[in-house]
Design a protein around this ligand. Structure first.
Ligand code: FAD
Length: 435
């Protein structure tokens, strides 16, 4: 079999890339080793840049109607006696334009939307229950049951997530950073009126609640590393109480979880591959980088990788004789952005990694200042959104530390939009030219 682009892995990254390519007339084979839905919880929060990408792919309405829109993340810091000590907000509506919210969507529902949209094109070939086992010089070696076959392609993309066969074949090694904490994660019913995200913490506890559609809520609860086995021996009522202590709003709902079976352990890791490209092979998404889930970025990074690489591959194939060296455009655009998001997520993780009252006090002050200072608030939301990048400077840190007064003058929307990535920033080879 022969195709233009072979994609190993039909996760969100692989499917976004496939859709982008088939819409441009490129022939694509996707091999996905699973036949059914993934049994583990994965990313479900779509940041604004991902919505912009899906809008350009004609999927804004389909995703919007299957998702719960989140405009505001409430950040509640509780005292030791579990009274609200401080409340601040991360408000997406400080972002001007159409993409001024995040969206919670069931992971498998998003994959279905992408797969169905791609399946409308005759040049999309999806092989489920088919694992990529490795590569010959010219082809990917696939296995479905006992059958082995090969797919030749101009380009081979590793979108297999953390354990990437393609990354291994490229000889790229990643060095993982682990954290001193893990998470319990589970989805359960919620009240109809509970629609904004909530992050609730005390000096030594953390609960994140992210409302999904269908009156469900996805939750993450921080536990010290190694506590999971002991916790699971306790009655489920112990788990319910961990949640209702911090979030009375889930009382009457979390109790609908009757045993520990649905509650999964999530182990955060961080890594960034030293490069994404070798010859005609490229890695995207979790194959290339993993981030601590605190900032809700993992899935978005995969989507953003797919967008840039998809545009580049389609342009290269359209040109016919473009050199493989052009693939480094993808790395040039995405590497710096991914590194910034990895560091942002890492900092957010550190803010909750140390169970001390002084850390909790400084965290609360930092969030308060971020909300009060218009520039800091915009920078934070912009950097999280993926729509642009505006790094914090020394003055920002001084303000955040409370050593200078906050800025009260609001930035004008057109000034804010100057910080957004333009199409030329996303796809610079269109201006500078392919080799
Ligand atoms: C257990 C877990 C929990 C997570 N929870 C969160 C969270 O709560 N919030 C958050 O923001 N992010 C979370 N993430 C991260 C987020 O889900 C990922 O960043 C995102 O899914 C990455 O997309 P991807 O397409 O790169 O990889 P994946 O979503 O991992 O998709 C890879 C696909 O490739 C397939 N595959 C693997 N190997 C092969 C092979 N050899 N041949 C063929 N197919 C193959 C897999 O079956 C899978 O379908 C989680 C990740 C994991 C692993």
């Amino acid at each position: 079999m022969k195709t233009d682009v072979f994609i190993s892995g039909g996760g969100v990254g692989g499917l976004t890339l496939a859709l982008k390519l088939v819409q441009r007339g490129v022939d694509v084979v996707v091999a996905e080793r699973l036949t059914n839905k993934t049994p583990v919880y994965k990313g479900e929060l779509l940041q604004p840049k991902s919505m912009q990408i899906f809008d350009r792919l004609g999927l804004f309405d389909a995703i919007h109607s299957s998702a719960n829109e989140i405009k505001v993340l409430d950040m509640l810091e509780l005292s030791s006696s579990l009274k609200v000590r401080d409340q601040s907000y991360m408000d997406y509506s400080v972002l001007p334009g159409k993409y001024d919210a995040a969206y919670m969507i069931h992971h498998e529902e998003l994959k279905k939307v992408l797969r169905d949209a791609a399946a409308e094109y005759g040049n999309f070939h999806y092989y489920s229950g088919t694992a990529c086992k490795g590569f010959t010089e010219k082809a990917a070696i696939l296995q479905k049951g006992d059958d082995k076959f090969e797919v030749e392609a101009d380009y081979f993309i590793g979108a297999e997530g953390r354990t990437s066969v393609t990354r291994k074949d490229m000889g790229i090694e990643v060095k993982q950073t682990l954290y001193n904490h893990h998470f319990l994660t589970v989805t359960f019913p919620r009240a109809e009126t509970f629609k904004d995200g909530k992050i609730i913490s005390t000096y030594n506890r953390f609960l994140g609640l992210f409302p999904l559609p269908d009156q469900q809520v996805r939750s993450v609860y921080l536990i010290p590393e190694g506590d999971y086995q002991e916790l699971k021996k306790k009655p489920i009522s112990h788990f319910h109480k961990l949640y209702t202590d911090l979030a009375p709003a889930v009382d009457g709902y979390v109790q609908q979880l009757k045993d520990w079976k649905k509650i999964q352990l999530m182990i955060p890791v961080m890594y960034h591959a030293p490069s994404y490209v070798k010859g005609n092979k490229v890695i995207i998404g979790d194959a290339a980088h993993a981030v601590h889930p605190m900032a809700g970025e993992g899935m978005n990074m995969a989507i953003q990788d797919a967008d840039v690489l998809g545009e580049l591959l389609a342009d290269m194939l359209e040109q016919g004789d473009a050199s493989d060296d052009n693939l480094t455009w993808y790395e040039k655009v995405r590497y710096r952005r991914a590194e910034h998001v990895i560091q942002l997520s890492h900092l957010a993780a550190l803010a909750y990694s140390f169970p001390f009252k002084t850390v909790s006090y400084f965290r609360q002050k930092t969030f308060e200042r971020m909300e009060e200072d218009s520039v800091l608030h915009f920078k934070q939301m912009l950097n999280v959104s993926g729509l642009g990048m505006w790094k914090e400077n020394f003055r920002d840190r001084i303000i955040q530390g409370g050593f200078m007064p906050v800025r009260t003058t609001d930035l004008k929307p057109d000034m804010k939009e100057l910080k957004y990535y333009t199409k030329n920033d996303d796809y610079p080879w269109k201006v500078e030219g392919l080799k």
